[in-house]
Design a protein around this ligand. Structure first.
Ligand code: SF4
Length: 278
């Protein structure tokens, strides 16, 4: 059987880098870089490069296991499906279909998640959830209220066009390593990188200004920066008028706040907050 290159996506983070799996006799034996992939341009971080270790790991779960005392024993797919179906049927009979809950994984693709909710509805249960909702519902609500959409408003590649990158609450060089390539391109083109993080991280290494705020003082830093922007007349009034709402409420919120207070709460000297805001 000849070697095949199978296009695939790295499953380890939301960047979704592409690569080819080198498949021989039905087994992945190597990784080839996908140089025309828009998000990664052929690059992979260490997690993506190690994908074969997980794929071919001897402890990877590849068949159903059933608990037998303190151990798990291998069973056939037929037996596993019968066990699951009988368990669901038993509970429906005893407690009704609404006693069932279905929790899907964010490791599942769209089609698998769709089928999971179809199964739940088919059996009569409204209780369907997904771990992505549990993780991301606060961000979806927050981003929706602030930006009008519960996701990024631009693509990752646009990062390279930034004049200033302000990273707060993120360590993207570790969490989404390939993102840092686009941020680095922006920096190479002259962009200023500001990182607010109590810790020294690989993201803070690339910062022009690292604000080592006290843990939990992110909001105070943002309020301090907004105070400077408002007081120094740096706000883009036209942009605010055209695209924003609630600006008067924001001004009222900032009226009893001061740069000195922000410095005290964040542990960042006032001069650095001013520098970041400007
Ligand atoms: S950045 Fe790394 S972990 Fe994320 S998708 Fe790309 S290779 Fe995978």
């Amino acid at each position: 059987m000849s070697t095949q290159l199978v296009p695939s996506l790295c499953p380890y983070c939301a960047v979704g880098c592409g690569y080819y799996l080198v498949v021989e006799k039905g087994k992945a034996i190597g990784v080839e870089y996908m140089t025309d992939h828009p998000a990664c341009e052929g690059a992979l971080c260490p997690k993506g490069n190690a994908v074969l270790e997980v794929l071919n790991h001897e402890e990877r779960l590849q068949y159903p296991l059933k608990r037998a005392g303190d151990e798990f024993v291998r069973i056939s797919w037929e037996e596993a499906l019968d066990l699951a179906a009988n368990g669901l049927a038993r509970n429906i009979k005893k407690h009704g279909p609404e006693s069932l809950g279905f929790l899907a994984s964010s490791r599942c693709n769209n089609e698998e998640n769709y089928l999971m909710q179809k199964l739940a509805r088919f059996l009569g249960s409204p209780h369907v959830d997904n771990c992505a909702r549990l993780c991301h519902s606060p961000t979806v609500v927050g981003l929706g209220a602030v930006l009008g959409t519960g996701a990024m408003t631009n693509n990752l590649i646009d990062l390279q066009n930034s004049k200033c990158i302000f990273a707060i609450g993120t360590n993207f060089t570790e969490a989404h390593p390939i993102v840092s390539r686009w941020a680095q391109k922006a920096k190479d083109n002259g962009a200023t990188v500001i990182v607010a993080d109590p810790r020294i991280t690989s993201t803070s290494w690339m910062a022009d200004l690292h604000l080592r705020i006290n843990p939990g003082s992110d909001i105070d830093l943002l309020r301090g920066m907004m105070k400077v922007i408002v007081d120094e007349g740096l706000a883009d009034k036209k942009f605010i008028d055209e695209r924003n709402e609630g600006f008067e409420e924001l001004l009222a919120n900032l009226s009893d706040f001061s740069l000195e207070k922000a410095a005290e709460l964040t542990g960042i000297p006032a001069g650095q907050i001013v520098k970041a805001a400007r």
